[in-house]
Write a protein that binds this ligand. Structure first.
Ligand SMILES: Cc1ncc(C[n+]2csc(CCOP(=O)(O)OP(=O)(O)O)c2C)c(N)n1
Ligand SMILES: [Mg+2]
Length: 665
């Protein structure tokens, strides 16, 4: 190694150590709030590893991430400002220590969720492979993360697809207070590589040159297309788990002093002096330069303003996609599945970044046939069959979306989305926000949901309220083949993560007219499916058809129902609902999800807040009974709201008013 490279390694280690020592002081002074996890003791891992990467290569970090960011070239001033919650920080003060990222430097982010970076790194590697850019990446994680499911799912996928990524475990012997000896069934993390048929090596993580050599080999292997390597770097953190931690002691003084004897910086200084003839003045010069840089960073941060409420609110969503094509005229009948397939096929043709991944989506085109036949046109790279690994599927979607692809991930049956929750809720919905509102996360998670075909409690749920509750997500809910194609087209073109709900009864429902040309239905725009004077009915997905049937029956009784399909559940077209309620003065909401704590509760509250003076009757909700979905067909029909239930609710609000408030109906 050249003197210059050795000096650079040394400087990086010193910058990391002095930065994090400075952060401890700032925390004590109250200038850094919340918490931060010190990297002091582990500097050789980040410095040795990142020195093997070029600018186009990526790193994904974890909660103890300052070292990785610094080693990959992040600005100390912007990091410091972020730690102080300032608007000039990497995340405009919205992310803090655990979310620092710089996509321009391919630092894809630290992470507050243990193990998540392994998933995002796997997705980013997939994206690099698909874009053919020759870049590789390192996913850093702690020993504790190797007992998370995402580790195992992703090492399997990474190896199976020979992805250009290095899995780098920083084994600092503890996950919070728990020793690896008490948490891990194997004596060497690197041995777990055998289960995923990739090389596994353990290196001295306090020897910067040893780390550098091992990672160099792994990076070369990844770049050649031979797939990932699992590296375990043995190291130790000197400080407690975090700056906020004030834990009873769980490590011995002897253990700490043993590790201090192997301090990476002191050892490297000795080597540079003895073998490479570095002079005392060289060290002094570097130290002085680092101190000056840190002082300037600190000053910059302290002088920086804090973010405003508007900075925060603007960071949640990227602007929604707005359609520009004229509405096409020519129509023919398609089934719901055909409409979805047509949207996906047309968008894949239009944009090479669009691809599909999921269980059985490629060769057989999905168990509901939503992608059937597309593989023949687009091939197995873009119609990607995956292992049964929902967390990794969602992780590949997030990692590839933030690095330039536009993935569509299928959930085979929506109930399995429970396995994807971290990636959807903690990662995709918050990524843009945590990074100060800059990046986009263009991904779609779609699949069949709802009951009606006797699939019982774990294959029939309507879980939309879980997702409408989360800022950062878009939730789309088509009610017909026409809506399915137009909304999915928008979803694929949208720069925010979209949850796309495909009700199973629509899959088995009637064909309907769908234009052949691509068209996009605007996000956040409801449609009036039937105009009426007496009562507003807000209905979603399969309940729209049920509501229309109920409306026809009510017509015979002289009750004129207006049926509104919000189509987008989040962001909700509040104006369309309010305008209708102002006209009819009555509101009934019907959805298949549970009535209690459901989507309808939000609609009801919104109308109560904004239009209570226009209401002549209480708002009624019709939703599923408060039980899981039963298998028995008669009971299932009793749980899912029927046209009878809707008719009854409408009669209640209308007749109540016609016979006078307070009358029993
Ligand atoms: C999924 C999840 N579980 C638990 C936590 C709380 N937590 C944060 S860091 C940590 C320890 C992680 O240990 P390790 O992966 O070895 O990293 P280290 O802190 O040692 O660097 C825990 C339990 C979390 N943030 N995320
Ligand atoms: Mg650890």
């Amino acid at each position: 190694m050249q003197t210059q490279e050795l000096e650079a390694l040394y400087r990086t280690m010193l910058r990391i150590r002095r930065f994090d020592e400075g952060v401890i002081d700032l925390f004590k002074e109250g200038l850094v709030k919340g918490t931060a996890h010190s990297y002091v003791g582990q500097e050789a891992v980040a410095a040795g590893a990142c020195a093997t990467l070029g600018k186009d290569d990526f790193v994904v970090s974890h909660h103890r991430g300052h070292g990785h960011c610094i080693a990959k070239g992040a600005s100390l001033a912007k990091m410091m400002a972020e730690l102080m919650g300032r608007v000039t920080g990497y995340c405009k003060g919205l992310g803090g220590s655990m979310h620092i990222a710089d996509l321009d430097l391919n630092i894809l982010g630290a992470n507050g969720i243990v193990g998540a970076g392994i998933g995002i790194g796997t997705g980013a590697a997939l994206s690099n492979r698909m874009r053919g850019n020759g870049a590789v990446g390192i996913a850093f994680f702690g020993d504790g993360a190797t007992n998370e499911g995402i580790f195992h799912e992703c090492l399997n996928i990474g190896s199976l697809w020979k992805l250009p990524v290095v899995y780098l475990c920083e084994n600092n012997q503890y996950g919070l207070s728990t020793s690896i000896k008490d948490s891990t069934s194997i004596d060497r993390v690197s041995k777990r590589s055998a289960a995923y048929s990739m090389p596994g090596v353990t290196v001295d993580g306090n020897d910067v040159l040893a780390v550098n050599a091992a990672v160099q080999e792994a990076v070369a292997r990844a770049r050649k297309g031979d797939g990932p390597t699992l590296i375990e770097a043995m190291t130790y953190r000197y400080g407690d788990h975090s700056m906020r931690a004030n834990l009873p002691s769980y490590r011995t003084d002897d253990e700490l002093s043993e590790w201090r004897k192997r301090d990476s910086i002191a050892r490297f200084e000795d080597l540079l002096q003895s073998k490479h003839k570095f002079k005392t003045e060289t060290f002094e010069r570097i130290r002085a330069e680092v101190e000056a840089e840190l002082a300037a960073a600190r000053e910059f941060a302290i002088a920086s303003p804090e973010p405003t409420l508007q900075d925060m609110e603007n960071a949640v969503y990227a602007p929604h996609y707005t359609p520009s094509e004229p509405k096409p005229a020519v129509s023919r009948e398609l089934s719901f599945a055909e409409a979805i397939k047509e949207a996906i096929g047309q968008e894949m043709e239009r944009d090479p970044r669009v691809f599909v991944l999921g269980e059985d989506v490629g060769k057989i085109g999905g168990i509901f046939a939503a992608t059937r036949g597309l593989i023949e046109k687009f091939g197995p790279e873009r119609l990607r069959d995956t292992p049964i690994s929902e967390a990794a599927i969602a992780a590949c979607a997030v990692g590839s979306a933030i690095t330039g692809m536009r993935p569509i991930a299928e959930v085979q049956i929506f109930d399995f989305i429970t396995h994807m929750m971290d990636m959807i809720v903690n990662q995709s919905a918050k990524f843009r926000f945590m990074l100060g509102g800059k990046p986009t996360v263009p991904l779609v998670i779609r699949g069949p949901q709802g009951g009606g075909i006797r699939l019982a409690a774990q294959h029939s749920q309507s879980l939309e309220a879980w997702f409408t509750h989360v800022p950062g997500l878009v939730v789309l809910a088509p009610s017909s083949p026409y809506e399915a194609k137009g909304l999915l087209t928008s979803a694929i073109r949208e720069d925010n993560p979209v949850i796309f709900l495909e009700h199973k009864m629509l899959y088995v429902g009637k064909k309907a007219l769908v234009p052949e040309e691509p068209y996009a239905i605007p996000i956040g725009k409801a449609v009036v499916k039937r105009y009426g004077r007496d009562v507003t009915r807000v209905s979603t997905m399969a309940m729209v058809e049920t509501a229309l049937q109920a409306a026809t029956r009510l017509e015979d009784e002289g009750i004129d129902v207006e049926v509104i399909d919000p189509r987008t559940l989040r962001p909700l077209d509040e104006d369309a609902i309010i305008d209708s309620v102002k006209k009819t003065s009555r509101l009934v909401i019907a959805h298949e999800g549970w009535k209690r704590w459901g989507f309808g509760a939000e609609v009801a509250a919104m109308v109560a807040e904004k239009a209570i003076d226009w209401l002549d009757a209480p708002i009624l909700r019709v939703g599923a009974r408060d039980t899981p979905m039963p298998y028995n067909d008669k009971l299932e029909r009793l749980v899912i709201p029927s046209a009878d239930d809707i008719v009854e609710a409408v009669r209640t609000v209308v007749l109540r008013d016609r016979v006078g408030a307070g009358a029993a109906v």
